[in-house]
Every structure is written in structure tokens, then in C-alpha cells.
Ligand binder design. Sequence first.
Ligand code: PEP
Ligand code: MG
Length: 584
Amino acid sequence: MVESEKTETVLKGIGGSPGICIGKAYIVDREGVDLIKRYPISLERVPAEINRFKNAVKVAKDGHSAVIESLGTDLSDQLGILETHLALFKDKMLYGKTIETIKTDMINAEWALKKVSHEIKSMFMKFNDEYLKSRVMDIMQVSEQVMRHLVGAQDIKIADINKRVILVAHDLSPADTSQIQLEHIKGFVTDRGGKDSHTGIIAKSLAIPAVMGLDNATQLVENDDILIVDGSSGILIINPEEDTLFSYEERRAAYEAQQASLARDSHLPAVTLDGVRFTLMANMEMVEEVVSVRDNDAKGVGLFRTEFLYLYLKRFPSEDELFEKYKEVVELLTPMPVTFRTLDINGDKVLPYMKTIEEENPALGLRAVRFCLQRPEIFITQIKAVFRAAAFGKAKLLIPMISCVEEIIQVREVIEKAVQELKGENKIFNRDIPLGIMIEVPSAVIIAEDLADYVDFFSIGTNDLIQYSMAIDRRNRQVAHLYHPMCPALIRMVKMVVDAAGKKNIDVAMCGEMAGDPFNLPVLMGLGLTELSMNPMSIPRINQMVRRLNAHDTEEFTKNVLNIGRAVDIVAMVRENYGDILDK
Ligand code: PEP
Ligand code: MG
């Protein structure tokens, strides 16, 4: 054993990003505030306890004011929220009541604050009023800030971690994950998170192993415990025994050797045995990933998730800021195309500086193009930046989450406005770039032929198409077992989209995570897809698989698959027919 008093513990979660890493644990304790204890205090201790509480409020409030001061003046949304919070620090309900509870119950300040917060929460939640509900969220956030100072919990900034560690967190948001410094973070594990969540997608693009949905890893792991993270099979091993450690060292070496050998052949053309040429594109989120796009021999960017630039900043970026970034990407990749997907926020990617919209079901709410159409000034700014960048290389414009024809008509109207503005401002731009939509909502599948009349290409977003068609929250580990791309409903929907695009003579690609998994390739090839966009790291392996398959055979095979009603049977058929090629 590595440490005599600690025993090996194996936890099974969800593989968020493949690969194996071994290292020391570093706990990002954002949940510490929930684990507080109640203890009685003596009468003499009451004034000191109240002072301790007042002090924590002061420090939290000062910190908060400093944040407000550091913001620019044009951030009215963000400032509004922060200023509301500032007032809440001294809110009678929270502040006054906590002091009173310390006195009357003679208990510690943490417990008093927790008790009062709970009372406020249950009182407000009784009302079916969105305003009151959002106000209670504000109070809870302020209470948490004070609690953090009371318990002495540090607000760990992921970007500041400077040791080679494995992060252990209750949850990491996509914004947290995008702050990871590759030279320091070997991998991460989280209690929460499900299949194809954006957090996992970023981990994959950073090429760091990750296991998510572990439930209670933060409770079982201690700082500096030795961890093995096997992101390929979704396993976390805490304090491994020597034999386990040894065997995983070997597996890690084998995995790395396999990756290296794939990389060697990745420049070979992705052509099937019977001569069908594939276009393997990359999905990317951050400008820095251009290196990985090139290294993995992508033929361009099939999906640039532009929201991460917005997540990074403390405010909405300006047209010039966006333009500079987009131009950089387009120029670095020229003559390859870069497909800019317009802002897909809300859902699971909430901009910290935007007034939170209280939504019961954010995934079904004001997300992506719905948000952009409601805030045309933000949408126009982005479209203008893309058109300006398009003058410096090859770009495409992709609109997420279209669910009806009306939306794409409105988008085209916004595009016209953007063009008029650019003309009026005498800016150099190129608006003659392909316009596409993501097909990621079931209604879009059904009316694909109608939508095709308004666009040049479709890109099938299976991450959301699975989520929305099967009613499976992609972030919820409780339903992750149901989330399977090889299910008959999804396969038949993909066929409908490919057929609609064929009939209307427009291009069709797939950019969901499904496209990067070699297991799915025989069926996708059999359905007639030849353009796939994926995490750049997945390209060499998919390229190798393309070269090993015969497109005509996969077409015949897929005809049979389309008659099958159960996902398990389809999986078994793929294994039986293509297991040898997959395992080679
Ligand atoms: C998808 O939904 O499949 C997709 C590619 O977009 P995102 O994962 O960003 O929602
Ligand atoms: Mg999507």
C-alpha cells in the first residue's frame, strides 16, 4: 500500500474525458459551507460571536464592493445584480435575524446564519412569484459569501493553482474548466456532471482525463491522497495499492503509445477502403486550441463554440474584441474553414455578468438563438464580427437551437441589419459565407426540409438532440445510463436529416460528441454522413477507422440497423460486425 493507514477505494463514475492520470488530490472545496456544525455558546461568549459575524459580513461586503469598483461602467446588468447584493449584506431579515438568533438560541454564528437562511428560503419559496424566488436566490448567495468568511473557506481560483495536481470538486462549471492551466492540472474528478456535459467537452479538448458524476468523491478524498483517474472507463481509484498503481502505470504508457502511433498516421487522407472521402473537422472553444486543430490534422473547424470568449470576460465583448479574436483564428487556419456558431448561452452556460433569468428549466428556456433574438444588439455585434473576420479567410456562420422556420427567418433579418450597419460604417467585411443551422431539437428534424430552404448547411448536434428527444438532461448523472447515441430513435432522426439535406441539395455534417466515438462510425457512415466534426484529439482515431471501413458495407449494415428497436441490440450488432476493426 502507498500509505499504510489508507485503503484503496474504487469509485465508478462517468468517463468525461479519456486518458489516465496519476497524481495527488487537490480539493476545490466550494461545498465546505454546507458542512458546518452547530455548537452552543455561553452567555459571555454571545457578544464576541456577534462581532465575529459582523466582521465576516464586513469582509464579505468589502470584497464585494471591490469587485463592483473593478467593473467598467457599461456593465449595467452585472452592476445591477452586484449592487442589489451589496444592499442585502445588511438586510434586516438576514443580518438582523442572524444576530438575534445568536443571542436567543446561544449558538455559533455559522449555525445561526444557516438557520436564518433556511427560514428565509422556505418562506419565500412558498410563494409562486418569480420575483420573490429570484430575490431569495440573491439572499442565499449573499449568505453563502458571508458563510465562506465565517468558516474561513478560501475561494480557490482554479487559474491560480500552481502544483501538478488532480482537481477534486463537487462540480466545475464550463467557465471553471476553461481556466485550467494545463501545466498544472493533470486531470479532474467531480461529484456532479453527466454525459456530454460542456465541462466534459472542455476537458476533452484540453486532453486531460476526467471522471464525473462520482456522487461523493469530495467526501471520500482528502488533500494529497494519491489518485488514479481513468477517464476512459470512468473510474477513480483513491489511495491505490502498489499492484494497482503498477498496472495503471502500464496502462497509461500503453494509452500514450497508442495515441502517439495514431498521431503518426493522422496526416493520411480519411478515405474508406472503397474510396469515399471523409472531411474530419474539429470542434473548438478557445483560440489556443488552434494548435490542437492543426496538430491533429483537422480539415477545418466544424464547430467553434463562441460562448467561451464571453464566459472569460467580465462583460459582453465589443465588436472589435470579437473581430480581433475571430480574425486571429481564421488567419491561423486559412485556407481551412472556421464555422462560427453564434452565442449559445443559458442552458448550462450562464454568463456571470448577466442578470440571471429565473428559469425552472433552463435547457428549455431562453437559450442560444432564442436569447440572441431577444437581445438583437448582442447578436448583431457578433454577426458583424464574424463577417469582418470572414474578409481575412474562410468562415461559416452556424446558428444553434433553431426549432422552427420563423426563427431562421428572423435570424436572416438580423443578418441583413448587421450587413446594413457594416456598410454604413464603411468596414471591410464578407457576408458571402455559408449560413447553417444546428439540428439539435427534435422539431427541427421533423421540419428539416422546410428549414433547408433558408440555409446552406445543417450540422447535427447530437448532444442536445439526445437530450431533447429522449428527455435526458445531459448534465444529470441520474439519467446518464439512458443517454446513448446508438439508440434507434436517434439513428432514425439522423437519417431523416441526412435525407432532407440530400433532397434539398444542401450540405450536412455532424458535430455532436457522437461523431468522435469510433464505435458509432459504421452507423454514421452507413447513414451517408461524410463530414464529421469532433474534439481534435479524436480525429486521428476516427481517421484510422475511416481508412479501415468500406462505405458500401456500412450502408448495407445500417439498413438492418434501422429496423432494430432496441439500443442494446444495435450495440451488439456493431460489436459483432465491427468488433475486430474497433479492437485492432
Ligand atoms: C450539440 O448539442 O450536439 C452540440 C454540438 O452543441 P453543444 O454541445 O455546444 O450544445
Ligand atoms: Mg447543442
